[in-house]
Design a protein around this ligand. Structure first.
Ligand code: GLN
Length: 240
């Protein structure tokens, strides 16, 4: 029997990968292996050849300067990413790349960094950074816990749903109670920390979507999540 394999691509690990975002890739890799899949991790940086086949794409946050560095390459691969997103490929985009999966990010100096419009939202640099522990709720994933640190304030359009509703923290913009966004199987969020070790339900959602898309089925293993459950409890009770 040939082993089932999931190919995980990390988008721009050199420039977009802060506050522990790399942990998201490690979590997907490890949990996919526990669920019985072989894994292959591909780093994609500007100028690289886009892989022939990918099953899950993970992108992180970065400073405005990191976003500027990758913006041309992101536009170049946008048609490929759009095609994959529309075909149901699961993706997770944190903070800086979440912003650029929308229409644009307008920086504090008034410059526009264009996005790729996979998600219906736009981001404007705000007067203060939104920093701290954050907890939101989602009907499928339950409580989502993380850490946010962004100046950009993101406003969702009519055609996109937030990932969660803020219980504690600022979320997309500190004005409405939305946090992150979800389009098909593409999840965008401001949560670093890393997100997935403390939110295994989201990790397993991404793995399940990838497995079903590639192989038509997914039979999860029961994973001992005691440490994740403890970490969640502590994170939820931390002061802002
Ligand atoms: N530069 C963006 C902002 O501050 C993204 C920050 C990040 O990815 N942490 O809004």
């Amino acid at each position: 029997m040939t082993e089932k394999q999931l190919v995980i691509m990390q988008l721009y690990p050199r420039d977009m990968n802060i506050y522990g975002d790399w942990g998201n890739v490690l979590t997907i890799k490890k949990r996919a292996e526990w669920h019985g899949y072989a894994t292959k991790v591909i780093d994609y940086d500007p100028g690289d050849a886009f892989p022939q086949h990918v099953d899950i794409i993970i992108g992180g946050g970065g400073q405005d300067s990191g976003q500027i560095k990758i913006q041309d390459d992101l536009q170049a691969i946008a048609p490929k990413l759009k095609e994959l997103a529309d075909a149901g490929t699961p993706m997770l985009m944190i903070c800086g790349l979440y912003q650029l999966f929308g229409r644009f990010f307008k920086t504090a100096t008034g410059d526009i960094i264009p996005g790729i419009g996979i998600m219906d939202h736009e981001t404007h640099a705000g007067p203060a950074r939104l920093i701290g522990n954050i907890v939101t709720t989602n009907p499928i994933f339950g409580e989502i816990v993380g850490y946010e640190n962004h100046s950009g304030q993101t406003f969702l359009g009519d055609t996109i749903e937030p990932l969660g509703r803020v219980q504690k923290g600022a979320g997309n913009n500190g004005q409405d109670d939305s946090e992150g966004a979800i389009y098909k199987n593409v999840i965008g969020t401001y949560m670093h920390g890393s997100l997935l070790p403390k939110n295994p339900a989201i990790a397993d959602f991404l793995i399940e979507q990838a497995a079903v898309k590639k192989y038509g089925d997914f039979t999860p293993t029961v994973i001992d999540d005691r440490f994740a459950i403890e970490a969640r409890k502590i994170a939820i009770n931390r002061p802002r």
